[in-house]
Design a protein around this ligand. Structure first.
Ligand code: IPD
Ligand code: CA
Ligand code: CA
Length: 270
């Protein structure tokens, strides 16, 4: 049976993510892409980012004043309740800037350091993903009701569709491109979706066989990692480690293991 506290945290996260998603979708200036060639589009995006995080933290603090926060846009504090919220108000910033649909609001709740509830809201797909620990992973979208998520049965690695991402730091992305160049002949293909949270949900939903990336932060992966695991995916970092800044891998069992071995051989964390 699901812990009532986890259900409460999930419902708060869902409401906050829904409202922040609507703010970002409806508040995005139509000329954002055009503005990119003129003034400073990054500032507009940053303003939306900050406004979305503020909306989320205000809603949560109103309901649960003793909880802590870790948000990409600066929300921080330990709180006294043992619950901490890990928030990326806008994951997929570059897609948002260009008017591409793959961006999300990601909200996770940790209890004593373990993620117990997670929500990834993808407004332009009309989809919302959620999980509580031990309760499976679920999504609503352009289908009837709430659908249980299950990752794909594993294909042989050379037929696996695997997504990745590239860091903002030039030296890191150059190195990541080298790793991707070595991987791509060994896989069906590689995708670069532009939102780590969406990538993790796509593994959960069976739209990808796997995903890996170096350089993620806790807010990029906290909610999506729980959703992927609850859908039956394996997640980790370097062998024996949990997903981390060094390396995050999520894949269907059978793809995870060979992918992790290759990434170790290719020193994907370096
Ligand atoms: C980024 C996205 C992207 C990933 C980067 C992240 P942001 O987050 O998740 O897919 O490749 O590593 O930093 O900056 O859009 O919140
Ligand atoms: Ca992010
Ligand atoms: Ca972000």
């Amino acid at each position: 049976m699901t812990d009532p506290l986890h259900t409460e945290l999930l419902e708060i996260a869902q409401e906050a993510a829904r409202r922040a998603g609507a703010l970002l979708r409806d508040g995005r200036p139509a000329d954002l892409a055009v503005a990119a060639t003129k003034s400073s589009p990054i500032d507009v995006v940053t303003e939306m980012d900050i406004a979305a995080e503020k909306l989320i933290t205000t809603l949560i603090a109103d309901r649960r004043p003793d909880d802590g926060f870790l948000g990409e846009e600066g929300a921080s504090g330990d709180g006294t309740s043992g619950v901490r919220w890990v928030i990326d108000p806008l994951d997929g910033t570059v897609n948002y800037l260009y008017g591409l649909p793959t961006w999300a609001v990601s909200i996770a709740a940790e209890q004593d350091g373990e993620t117990v509830a997670g929500v990834v809201e993808i407004p332009m797909r009309g989809e919302s993903y959620h999980a509580v620990r031990g309760g499976g992973a679920w999504a609503t979208g352009a289908w009837e009701g709430t659908r249980a998520l299950a990752c794909r049965p594993a294909p042989p690695l050379d037929q696996a569709l695997v997504s990745t991402g590239f860091n903002y730091v030039t030296e890191v992305r150059t190195r990541q491109a080298e790793v991707a160049a070595r991987l791509v002949p060994l896989l069906r293909d590689i995708r670069r979706g532009g939102s780590a949270a969406v990538d993790l949900c796509d593994v959960a939903a069976g739209r990808l066989d796997g995903y890996y990336e170096r350089g993620l932060h806790p807010w990029d992966l906290a909610a999506g990692d729980l959703i992927a695991r609850e859908a039956g995916a394996l997640t980790g970092g370097r062998p024996g480690e949990r997903p981390s800044h060094a390396l995050t891998i999520a894949a269907t069992p059978g793809v995870f293991e060979p992918l992790q071995r290759l990434l170790e051989d290719f020193e994907a964390w370096r």
